[in-house]
Design a protein around this ligand. Structure first.
Ligand SMILES: [Zn+2]
Ligand SMILES: [Zn+2]
Length: 292
């Protein structure tokens, strides 16, 4: 199993950190967990045709986690080496996903009309098989198993999910966006690798800026994420989706210092295109030529 963190950012537009998206490759399957801004560009950097994605699972519907879906659908349908979808895309998401997909059908109609008239695509290439997530096994095929579990991303983002991915005796867990969640800890039992979000702001920022308080209330603190890692005891712990609130944002060093007060094992900070390869050993490397 090979997992690539395509996007490790937040809604903040950043050329180095695209929206959250993770590519799972196992058992001949290619699955995306979320597809935030720029996912299609990261796939192209890897040489993965957009049309080869079998399914997309969504954790929740904040823009930084699903903005690239129209791009995956429309660009993936183009009969080029980097597109070339041969069958319907499967999309599985929280309650509300049917409305998202209905809206997408309308949104993509202008492109579809032109390309169908040109004989470029079959309109069915824009159609999507939709599924609604609930807690439990959401995909099981060719030995790959993806289990959704509820996390706590605040009272108006319900339900929101994290994912546990199992293949060949290995376990990968991605928190997606959440506050401290006992349910995540329970579902992360035995994880080889856990990727978890984190957020940090200075007291002065929180006092002066009500919006930063709202944002921070939806996410986990460095001390809390340390406690999650200490309880799960994964072989590898990785931080992603770092929210370091401006102005005067805390540095990554300050963040790691805080996490280190409650977790004394090695810790990685994810970058876009970080690859996690599961085999006899777990290998982590990064770079846009990773596939070569
Ligand atoms: Zn997010
Ligand atoms: Zn979110």
């Amino acid at each position: 199993m090979k997992i690539t963190l395509l996007g490790t950012g937040t809604p903040l537009p950043d050329q180095h950190k695209f929206g959250t998206s993770t590519l799972i490759e196992a058992g001949g399957m290619r699955v995306l967990l979320d597809c935030g801004r720029g996912a299609v560009v990261r796939l192209a950097q890897l040489g993965v045709p957009i049309g080869s994605i079998d399914a997309v699972l969504f954790s929740h519907f904040h823009s930084d986690h699903y903005a690239a879906l129209p791009d995956v659908v429309m660009t993936g349908a183009i009969p080029a080496p980097w597109g070339g979808r041969k069958r319907r895309l499967r999309v599985i998401g929280p309650e509300g996903v049917r409305e998202v997909i209905e809206g997408l059908w309308a949104f993509t109609s202008a492109d579809r009309t032109i390309r169908v008239a040109d004989g470029e695509i079959d309109p069915d290439r824009h159609r999507i098989d939709v599924g609604v997530i609930s807690e439990g096994v959401m995909l099981e095929e060719n030995g790959l198993r993806i289990i959704a579990f509820e996390v706590d991303h605040g009272e108006f983002v319900k339900p929101a999910f994290g994912f546990r991915v199992e293949y060949g005796g290995h376990v990968f867990v991605h928190s997606h966006d959440t506050r401290y969640s006992e349910n995540l800890i329970a579902h992360a039992a035995g994880a080889d690798v856990i990727v978890h979000e984190v957020a940090m702001a200075r007291h002065e920022t929180l006092e002066r800026d009500p919006h930063s308080r709202t944002v921070l209330e939806h996410h986990i603190t460095p001390r809390e994420v340390a406690s999650v890692f200490a309880k799960v005891r994964p072989k590898v712990a990785i931080l992603t989706h770092l929210i370091l609130k401006a102005p005067d944002p805390p540095s990554i060093e300050e963040l790691l210092e805080e996490v280190g007060r409650g977790y004394d094992q090695p810790l990685f900070v994810a970058r876009d295109l970080t690859v996690i390869r599961f085999g006899a050993s777990i290998t982590i490397y990064s770079g846009e030529t990773a596939r070569g």
